[in-house]
Design a protein around this ligand. Structure first.
Ligand SMILES: O=C(O)CCC(=O)C(=O)O
Length: 345
């Protein structure tokens, strides 16, 4: 039987199978990527609830305007919570195939599932990635579906999720304030809130110049907090070029998603990013996608609309947006285009 997961195929191949090979015009061009140690702003959150709040909000506002991405340190999440998350993620992907496959599904509507590439039902070329996708809020609704092997999986991941939720809410306060909105504006716009995570596993790849871990895409949600191990792979599109992000231990990489672009009426842009792979090392990255609940109604904040800044997007429910995102696949043309007001489409 053919392997369902890339990790069970990758170790036995010396060339990239043809269904992973991108057309020549759509390859990573790794020699043209900007290798930078200071690729995206690094923001120290120490003092956010006290003396440095104003300064931090300014830094976050500038990062959202100029990059759509930033990194945060001193975020108050303990190192042990992060280390346990990365450890249990690696242990999961090292389990025997038969054990991992218990969670396998190609149905994007399933709230806990292991899959491969992005959307195997709709895409033409596959991506060099396996992933475990979990819904994580409210925890008590989903935890019982999660893998029970490794034995500490549920406990370690739940602890991580609680911590990341707290950080996401504080960042959303900062982003709201940086736009001149009330600090709870964004949190209120999300309805009952949603939180999903992916545990991405990128096996070593014999020809990384031919394929992607994930091709360029913008995130459909509100804000993403990415944790990665010590292997580089994330690249961010900035000023017309791809910039490699150097991994830093216990640091989160934050990017604003399409819904902040909508609420901010395009003051902040949801930016393209991608993951590339390498010949030698497996890589793990763990994005937490902080989302509106499916019934939340998204639209530009009325305070950011006036005669000079007409609304650029129509009202829609997040369910409507999310469905379009999965159906379209990871195209570089954003799903946002489908929700523009007619005069700006
Ligand atoms: O692996 C990475 O660094 C990027 C992951 C990502 O963009 C995603 O899962 O949507």
């Amino acid at each position: 039987m053919a392997a369902k997961l890339l990790s069970d195929l990758a170790s036995g191949v010396t060339c990239v199978p043809s269904n992973y090979v991108r057309p020549v015009h759509d390859r990573p061009s790794l020699d043209q990527v900007e290798p930078s140690d200071h690729s995206i702003p690094l923001i120290n959150l120490h003092g956010f609830d006290g003396s440095r709040r104003h300064e931090i909000i300014n830094q976050i506002g500038l990062a959202c305007q100029n990059y759509g991405f930033f990194q945060v340190q001193n975020h108050a999440i303990e190192d042990a919570v992060i280390d346990n998350m990365l450890k249990v993620a690696r242990e999961f992907f090292h389990l025997p195939e038969s054990e991992r496959l218990k969670c396998f599904s190609e149905d994007p509507l399933k709230t806990t599932r292991l899959s491969t590439s992005f959307n195997v039902k709709t895409e033409e070329v596959s991506s060099w990635r396996d992933y475990l996708r979990l819904h994580c809020y409210p925890l008590e609704d989903y935890m019982h579906e999660w893998p029970s092997n490794p034995p500490s999986f549920r406990e370690d991941v739940a602890e991580y999720c609680r911590n990341v939720k707290g950080l996401a809410e504080r960042l959303l306060e900062a982003i709201s304030e940086s736009l001149g909105l009330e600090k709870d504006y964004m949190n209120r716009a999300l309805g009952k809130h949603g939180q999903h995570m992916a545990i991405n596993y990128y096996p070593p790849c014999p020809q990384p110049e031919l394929t992607y871990g994930l091709p360029g895409h913008a995130d459909p949600n509100v804000v993403t907090l990415l944790l990665q191990d010590d292997v580089a792979g994330l690249q961010v599109f900035n000023n017309g070029r791809w910039v490699a992000v150097k991994p830093m231990p216990h640091t989160f990489i934050v990017n604003i998603g399409d819904q902040i672009q909508v609420v901010s009426n395009d003051r902040y842009k949801s930016v393209l990013h991608r993951a590339v792979v390498n010949c030698d090392k497996e890589r793990i990255s763990i994005p937490t996608f902080y989302c509106p609940s499916y019934d939340a109604v998204m639209e530009p904040a009325p305070q950011l609309v006036d005669d000079h800044h007409p609304p650029l997007y129509r009202r829609f429910t997040y369910a409507e947006f999310y469905e379009k995102f999965w159906d379209r696949g990871l195209n570089t043309r954003s799903s946002l285009d489908l929700f523009k007001t007619t005069s700006h489409a």
